[in-house]
Design a protein around this ligand. Structure first.
Ligand SMILES: C[S@@+](CC[C@H](N)C(=O)[O-])C[C@H]1O[C@@H](n2cnc3c(N)ncnc32)[C@H](O)[C@@H]1O
Length: 420
């Protein structure tokens, strides 16, 4: 048993406590909290507090809005005042990268998420518990997602009761229903419901699902053929429209169960404007273009855009998004690390969490004057910059956008300019 005051915050958002030369990492605790730790466990070389109590609260705290705060894995920082969240995000980014950056707050910090994946397992229906991959928080509400959360979960429970379909059992890898994914177009009001299941449905089951979610604009059954714990399957439309739409200022995007879309619809214009503000010249390459989020926005503003993306389905969506918005940008399937880069004024890179890897070398050899590096992983950015990009590019500025309120995560837009 140990007691002490949290002195700092780790890169992944845990309170750090030093007691007699030993360091503890405490989830849901913040600098200034006095914490009593009853039990800790070693994980990846760190002592993580499992059982603890905050006995004197930090002035950085305020009451969390969500009744599940402290157990749910979704919002580690909901107990922190929002302005402190922003300050700490900028501080952690600077500590990791050495880059001082202005941070822009999310225009909405409640109800901003346009997607939620509710896990459906034998021990409950809801979101994963913090630090417990097999645990679930039986959810009543989710204030960062939607006021309608309770209604969605009630409809799901009604459907399970009526059909007798069983939640997934992660230990035995048995059961039928594994996830319920809900997407909401926050600016269009459209709703897409996708059930991720391990069985093909009969007509009666499809009808029951349809009846329970009759308010939705688009209803999918997604057949999962593996035992992995993710909300992915082969999605088949069972009722309504194949896509719902989200409107971001003057650009409309299609959403589909199989494609990634930025999760905070309200902060997305800030991200897009940050990228636009850094884009030079006329010809733009959108590398790792996904569904064309950046490319279509920029094309709408007159830039000549090409996009390259690994996932053929996302490329199809990007070209559809270009058509929907009446722009003639072109997206094609390709690997960033095999894409010849020439004749572009600006290259935007938004790689997955692991960073650019080999693609960094191509950029270095390309001679492109301006690179905009969009990153949700400052450590990967730092490695790419130090190992490869630094020889040719200097950092001309960076803006952080809070796409993920109540979590330690942040999206960075870093402007890289070719050295003279
Ligand atoms: C962080 S997402 C960015 C998506 C997009 N910029 C957006 O905002 O919607 C990264 C994208 O990179 C794609 N990707 C992963 N590895 C890739 C590779 N080697 N070459 C090209 N694209 C890749 C993924 O499929 C994913 O769509």
């Amino acid at each position: 048993m140990f007691k002490g005051r949290v002195g700092g915050i780790s890169d992944d958002g845990l309170g750090m406590l030093k007691v007699g030369g030993r360091k503890f990492y405490v989830p849901f605790a913040y600098p200034g909290d006095v914490v009593q730790v009853w039990k800790a466990k070693r994980r990846f070389g760190r002592r993580i507090a499992l059982d603890f109590e905050v006995i004197d609260e930090s002035p950085l705290r305020h009451g969390a809005r969500c009744p599940h705060f402290g157990t749910c894995g979704g919002c580690l920082w909901q107990g922190l005042k929002y302005k402190e969240q922003l300050r700490l995000k900028a501080k952690i980014f600077e500590r990791i990268t050495g880059v001082k950056a202005e941070i822009k707050s999310s225009p909405k910090i409640w109800g901003f998420r346009n997607v939620s994946n509710f896990i459906v397992i034998t021990s409950g229906i809801g979101l994963k518990g913090y630090g417990n991959p097999l645990g679930v928080v039986n959810l009543r509400e989710c204030p960062v997602f939607s006021k309608r959360t309770q209604g969605y979960l009630r409809a799901l429970r009604g459907f399970l009761k009526e059909t007798g379909l069983r939640p997934w059992n992660p230990r035995e890898k048995s059961g039928e229903i594994h996830y319920l994914q809900i997407r909401e177009g926050k600016f269009t009001g459209e709703v897409m419901v996708t059930l991720i299941a391990h069985v093909k449905p009969s007509n009666e089951i499809l009808k029951a699902f349809n009846d329970h979610f009759s308010q939705a604009d688009s209803i999918y059954w997604s057949l999962k053929v593996d035992g992995r714990d993710d909300p992915r399957g082969e999605a088949g439309l069972i009722a309504g429209k194949p896509y719902i739409r989200e409107r971001v200022k003057d650009v409309t995007y299609f959403l589909h169960p199989n494609s990634f879309f930025q999760t905070n619809s309200y902060a997305l214009p800030l991200l897009l404007k940050a990228v636009e503000g850094s884009t030079d010249g006329e010809r733009v390459l959108d590398l790792y273009s996904g569904v064309g989020t950046f490319g279509v926005w920029l094309a709408k503003r007159g830039f000549k855009v090409e996009g390259v993306e690994l996932n053929p389905f996302a490329v199809g969506m990007a070209n559809r998004n270009a058509e929907l918005n009446g722009v003639d940008s072109i997206f094609r399937v390709g690997k960033a690390e095999e894409t010849p880069i020439r004749d572009y004024d600006t290259v935007i890179v938004d790689p997955p969490r692991k960073g650019l890897k080999e693609a960094a070398e191509l950029l270095v050899k390309s001679g492109v004057e301006k690179v905009i590096y969009v990153s949700c992983n400052p450590k990967a950015f730092k490695l790419d910059y130090e190992r490869h990009l630094k020889g040719v590019y200097h950092i001309d500025g960076a803006i952080l956008i809070d796409m993920f309120p109540h979590t330690p995560h942040v999206e960075a837009v870093v402007e890289l300019v070719k050295k003279e």
